[in-house]
Design a protein around this ligand. Structure first.
Ligand SMILES: NC(=O)c1ccc[n+]([C@@H]2O[C@H](COP(=O)([O-])OP(=O)(O)OC[C@H]3O[C@@H](n4cnc5c(N)ncnc54)[C@H](O)[C@@H]3O)[C@@H](O)[C@H]2O)c1
Length: 267
C-alpha cells in the first residue's frame, strides 16, 4: 500500500507511543517522515529510529513549547524535504491530579505543551502546508491528537481534560479558518481512549503508588472492564485512524472528530 507515496510528513512526539506508531505506518505507506521530540539527536532512541528507517526518516530535537524552534523546523523542512503535506500534532503530556494539587506552574506547563505547542506548530508550518496543498491533488492535512478525556469527566483529570478540550475546540476552529479562506489544509482531530503507551502506563503507576485505587493490575483491569471491546488500544490502532486522515482517502473530511476508544464513550 502507498497511501502516502511521495508525501512529506512531520510527527511531533514521534520517538515513542502513538507518535512512533504513526511514523511506522507512514513510512510503510511511502511517506518521508520528519520526527520531532525532546531527546538529543545523539541519543540511543534517535540512533535506533534512524537505523530502523534509514533515509525515510529524519529527526530534529524540539520542545514543542518553543515557538522560535518551530520556525527553524519549518526552514529545515523546506530545505531538506522541499515542503510539507502532513502535520501530526501528537506530542503531549499527562496532567493528572486532584484540584488541590494543581499549581499555576503545573497548569502552565501542561497547557504549554498540550495546547500552545500544537498552536505554534500550526502557525509555523501553515505556509509550507498551504503551498504544498495548492500543488498536490487533494489537500494538505493536519491531525491533532486530543483524548476522550475532552469528552467525558473522570476524577483527578481536570487539567488534562481542559488541555485536551482546548485541542478539540482549536482544531475545529482552525478547520473553519482555513476552509473559509480557501486555504487547502484540512484539520481533523483524533480522540484516543486508553492506549498501551509509556504515558498511560506511567500515569497508572502513579495512581497505583498513591494507594487510592489498588495495585497496577487492579487499575488496568478496572479500566479494561469499562471498555466495551474489553482491552486497551495498541498505538498502531490510533495510527491507522491518523493515516486515514492524512491520506487523500479522507479528502472531503475537515473539522471532524474520530474517536478511537473501543466503544468507551458510546455507552
Ligand atoms: N496513551 C493514551 O492512553 C492516550 C489517550 C488519549 C490521548 N493520548 C494523547 O496521545 C498523544 C501521545 O501520547 P502517548 O501515549 O503516545 O505518550 P508518550 O509519553 O508515550 O509519548 C509522547 C512523546 O511526546 C514527546 N514529548 C512530550 N513532551 C514534548 C515536548 N514538549 N516537545 C516535544 N516532544 C514532547 C515525548 O518525549 C514522547 O516521545 C498525547 O498528546 C496524549 O495526550 C494518549
Amino acid at each position: 500500500m502507498t497511501y502516502l507515496a511521495g508525501r512529506s510528513a512531520l510527527v511531533s512526539g514521534g520517538l515513542r507511543g502513538i507518535g512512533a506508531a504513526v511514523v511506522d505506518r507512514f513510512v510503510a505507506e511511502g511517506a518521508s517522515v520528519f520526527v520531532l521530540d525532546l531527546q538529543q539527536a545523539s541519543s540511543p532512541a534517535v540512533e535506533d529510529l534512524l537505523s530502523k528507517y534509514g533515509g525515510a526518516v529524519r529527526y530534529c530535537q524540539l520542545d514543542v513549547t518553543q515557538e522560535d524552534g518551530w520556525y527553524e523546523v519549518a526552514n529545515i523542512l523546506q530545505k531538506e524535504a522541499g515542503g510539507l503535506d502532513v502535520f501530526v500534532s501528537n506530542a503531549g503530556i499527562d496532567g493528572g491530579g486532584n484540584v488541590e494539587s494543581l499549581t499555576s506552574e503545573y497548569f502552565r506547563k501542561v497547557m504549554d505543551v498540550n495546547v500552545a505547542g500544537m498552536l505554534f506548530g500550526v502557525k509555523a508550518l501553515k505556509n509550507l502546508l498551504e503551498s504544498r496543498g495548492r500543488e498536490a491533488t487533494g489537500e494538505s492535512s493536519i491531525i491533532m491528537v486530543s483524548s476522550v478525556m475532552s469528552q467525558i469527566g473522570l476524577a483527578d483529570a481536570a487539567l488534562y481534560s481542559a488541555s485536551k478540550g482546548a485541542v478539540r475546540a482549536m482544531s475545529r476552529a482552525l478547520a473553519m479558518e482555513f476552509a473559509s479562506a480557501k486555504i487547502p489544509i484540512r484539520v481533523n482531530t483524533v480522540f484516543p481512549g486508553c492506549v498501551d503507551t509509556p504515558l498511560l502506563m506511567d500515569t497508572l503507576a502513579t495512581i497505583a503508588d498513591s494507594g487510592k485505587a489498588g495495585g497496577l493490575d487492579d487499575i488496568i483491569n478496572a479500566l479494561v472492564g469499562a471498555v466495551p471491546l474489553g482491552r486497551l488500544a495498541q498505538a498502531r490502532e490510533i495510527a491507522n485512524a491518523i493515516l486515514f486522515l492524512a491520506s487523500s482517502e479522507s479528502s472531503y473530511i475537515t473539522g471532524a472528530e474520530i474517536v478511537v476508544d473501543g466503544g468507551w464513550t458510546a455507552q
